[in-house]
Design a protein around this ligand. Structure first.
Ligand code: KDG
Ligand code: MG
Length: 402
């Protein structure tokens, strides 16, 4: 089953997406998401200029071999651009294999380990009252797990808050926004939010929160401790995770479950965190961590160390990635939860799909392959628009992690 064509499709139905479409000699095609928020065109060039010429004429069924060839053959290893590009090829090949076998991808991955995939939505508001109302809206929609982010008094913008309650979208067209940050104000604001949410919604609702890489290890330890009475499902990205060893300190101080890894690209970014049981959930996802082939290896390592998966699923991960993540989630034994930020209707029309949400759970559907397509004629009506994620400075002007 030789690859005869591979094309990169860039479109912006509400936000930018990069999609790889690989076609084989018998006319079967597969899709892979290659979107890297704010750096989209770097992956486009990596694929078009360097990877596509290597794919033509190769056997689309040799998925593992092609993965190793692209990873080891480049000599330069890892990095978000490389791993996103390899991930896109890998997912497109799984899609092709599923279509050729007339099976949904999750069956090729070992079959369903559960009936449905537990997902969490994003509730946010500028005040505790508004965020509480937003959580109630998600419960009404059937969600069993909700991430809550609220405005911080004294700061004009806060990560996770704003621009629509159902479609939180941090990337902005034009040049990057500059936000202002205060760790002191944030650490004061968060515990009362979760005290209110527990009091209002009782013990059963799963509550999550994202600190978005902004604290030092000792600040993170304190936040984890302060949140312990409110029994979070997880506290995410408390520190910038380049220094894996820093989690030893955080772990010694708090029993609040920790989730990390949406910016990780490979098993080497989380190997120590997993091996030393320093985290509870690994958030690496299909598109940025080398596709299904590599993500399964991360999950397998995590399984033996009692770490569960919690794949990133923000709006910048296209419906192609969402579908791939759901096939992975349904099949992998140590699944924990899946993030589900709904895409806009515009995006959903460009990427018709079979996955569905019902009663707090999602299912990838039974269509052969991933069960997602791209309407190229419609996609062409939404050309790329330059957009960046925001940047961040402390109140005294010092650059801080966003
Ligand atoms: O592109 C960056 C977003 O995906 C990220 O800010 C979202 O942290 C995020 C999350 O947990 O969804
Ligand atoms: Mg996050």
């Amino acid at each position: 089953m030789k690859i005869t064509d591979a094309r990169v499709i860039v479109c912006s139905p509400g936000r930018n997406f990069v999609t790889l479409k690989i076609t084989t000699e018998d006319g079967i095609y597969g899709l892979g998401d290659a979107t890297l928020n704010g750096r989209e065109l770097a992956v486009v060039s990596y694929l078009r200029d360097h990877v596509v010429p290597l794919l033509i004429g190769r056997d689309a069924r040799r998925i593992e071999d092609l993965w190793q060839y692209l990873y080891k053959g480049a000599y330069w290893r890892r990095g978000p651009v490389t791993m996103t590009a390899i991930g896109a090829v890998d997912v497109a090949l799984w899609d092709i294999l599923g279509k050729a076998a007339n099976m949904p991808v999750y069956r090729l991955l070992g079959g369903a380990s559960r009936e449905g995939v537990l997902v969490y939505g994003h509730a946010n508001g500028t005040t505790i009252d508004e965020t509480t109302d937003a959580v109630a809206d998600y419960i009404r929609l059937g969600y069993r797990a909700v991430r809550a982010q609220s405005g911080v008094p004294g700061l004009t913008t806060t990560y996770g808050v704003g621009r629509g309650t159902m479609y939180y979208e941090p990337a902005q067209k034009g040049m990057p926004e500059e936000a202002t940050w205060s760790t002191e104000r944030y650490l004061t604001a968060v515990p009362p939010l979760f005290a209110r949410l527990r009091e209002t919604f009782g013990p059963d609702l799963h509550l999550l929160h994202d600190a978005h890489h902004r604290l030092t290890p000792i600040e993170a330890a304190r936040l984890g401790k302060d949140l312990e009475p409110h029994r979070l499902f997880w506290l995410e990205d408390v520190v910038p995770a380049e220094l894996q060893e820093s989690f030893r300190l955080i772990r010694q101080h708090t029993t609040t479950p920790l989730a990390v890894g949406e910016v990780f690209g490979s098993i080497h970014d989380c190997e120590l965190l997993i091996r030393e049981h320093l985290i509870d959930y690994i958030r690496a996802t299909v598109v940025h961590a080398g596709g299904l082939t590599h993500l399964r290896k991360i999950a397998n390592l995590a399984e033996i160390h009692h770490v569960r998966t919690g794949c990133h699923g923000a709006t910048d991960l296209s419906p192609v990635c969402m579908a791939a993540a759901l096939h992975f989630d349904l099949s992998v034994h140590n699944f924990g939860i899946q993030e589900y930020m709904r895409h806009t209707d515009e995006t959903d029309r460009v990427f018709p799909h079979h996955y569905r949400f019902e009663d707090g759970l999602m299912h990838p559907g039974e269509a052969p392959g991933l069960g997602v397509d791209i309407d190229e004629i419609l996609a062409a009506k939404y050309p790329y628009e330059r957009a960046y994620l925001p940047t961040n400075r402390k109140e005294d002007g010092t650059v801080h992690s966003w």
